[in-house]
Design a protein around this ligand. Structure first.
Ligand SMILES: C[S@@+](CC[C@H](N)C(=O)[O-])C[C@H]1O[C@@H](n2cnc3c(N)ncnc32)[C@H](O)[C@@H]1O
Length: 381
């Protein structure tokens, strides 16, 4: 049985995971609050725990509520003026933890109201609690109506113990849900260690995960690739991951979004945490560490590799326009500015020109003006 995460102080690695949840949600919420095509917002934390650790450090449900206020309560004020509804849904299967969760959430809200708006009723709907098995809640009609509603924005947090809750079916339901971003935790080392065990094989086709060919620190990256391969290649979808090493074990987060902006935001959070590869707390691509002679954050192994791939793809004519190039960087878990840097280099070398309005934008890809790339050498020959 998994050790109760809320009974001790959260270890550093758990704090890192919670920080990523917080920052990811901080980036996500304003996008959906300001989106005029979204009527209502639902934020679900289906493995909510009791709300805090023994020292009073916030767990995921209180982190979400705290982030939802925004700086100086700017989001509460915004909701008062635009009338958009934001509903939180919390689930925790264990009764005692569930009861503590309800108490902790209510006291958080009461304190928040007395310190901030002083209103009788919080602008957020936060009292939607359940004490169920996750798989039971996810098959409920009401939840599926929300999940599949195109007018509702959904943020779904799945901080499971272990690996078994986000199976292929649930993963694909989340991927196929409109206006839904999700992030889940998974114990990847465990899947690798017990890859031959029937208990693992019933959830993962481990034969198709090349653990033996990869370095130990890559096992969560392989799990992310495994999930990626469940998505039809014809589908435009963005998946990213973050590996968290604890002792000799590798856990990780997997984030999914069907919008470039969702992926841009998550990548930003990850690259802030890991300047080498934007995907781990353990120097996953063996870059030179700070304090060593060849240390660099600009020419890291991952950036060099994808710069070179992008260069080849542009010069071979496979990438013909900026939007395809920016999305290629995103799909390969690089910041889209990597593409723009390569474009500048190729222009300086007089290997390419552009047709279309010149811009060096790399953010908000969905709004960027497209341009075509012309190969100068090819034309001259
Ligand atoms: C990793 S902890 C979550 C911690 C929480 N996110 C936090 O920040 O404090 C996982 C929680 O999920 C609960 N849980 C385990 N299996 C569950 C299931 N099948 N359905 C719902 N909750 C479950 C556990 O009791 C535990 O509190």
């Amino acid at each position: 049985m998994a050790r109760d995460i809320n009974k001790d102080e959260f270890p550093e690695e758990t704090k890192l995971k919670l920080e990523i949840f917080a920052e990811c949600f901080r980036e996500w919420l304003p996008v959906f609050l300001h989106n005029i095509h979204i009527q209502k917002i639902f934020i679900y934390d289906f493995f909510a725990g009791s709300g805090m650790d023994i020292e009073g450090n916030f767990g995921s449900p209180l982190i979400l509520l705290n982030e939802a206020k925004g700086e100086n309560c700017k989001y509460c004020n915004l909701l008062r003026s635009n009338g958009k509804q934001v509903c939180f849904g919390f689930n925790e299967k264990l009764k005692q933890k569930h009861d503590n969760l309800v108490r902790n959430v209510n006291s958080f809200i009461n304190r928040c109201k007395s310190e901030n708006c002083k209103l009788e009723k919080c602008i957020y709907s936060y009292d939607n609690f359940a004490q169920l098995e996750f798989k039971e809640i996810i098959s409920q009609k009401r939840f599926n109506e929300v999940l599949n509603n195109r007018d509702y924005g959904k943020f779904i947090l799945l901080d499971q113990y272990g690996f078994s809750q986000v199976d292929e079916d649930i993963f694909l339901r989340l991927v196929n849900a409109p206006k839904t971003d999700f992030i889940f935790f998974i114990s990847s080392s465990f899947i690798k260690r017990f890859k031959e065990h029937p208990a693992i094989k019933q959830y993962f086709d481990t034969q198709n995960i090349p653990f033996d060919e990869a370095k130990p620190q890559e096992c969560h990256r392989l799990i992310a690739d495994y999930y990626q391969n469940l998505i039809p290649t014809s589908r435009e979808y963005y998946l990213h991951h973050f590996t968290i090493k604890k002792g000799s074990n590798y856990w990780g987060l997997i984030f999914g979004s069907n919008h470039t902006l969702g992926m841009e935001k998550f990548l930003k959070v990850c690259w802030e945490k890991d300047k080498f590869s934007g995907e781990s707390n353990c120097n996953i691509d063996n870059d030179y560490q700070k304090g060593t002679l060849f240390y660099t954050e600009e020419e890291t192994n991952k950036k060099q590799m994808y710069r070179s791939i992008l260069r080849d793809k542009i010069l071979s004519g496979e990438i013909k326009d900026n939007i395809t190039g920016l999305k290629y960087a995103l799909k390969n878990r690089c910041l889209p500015e990597l593409f723009t840097q390569v474009m500048k280099e190729l222009e300086n070398e007089k290997l390419i020109s552009r047709t279309g309005k010149k811009n060096y934008s790399s953010t908000n890809i969905h709004k960027i003006q497209p341009y075509l790339i012309n190969l100068l050498n090819y034309e001259n020959n």
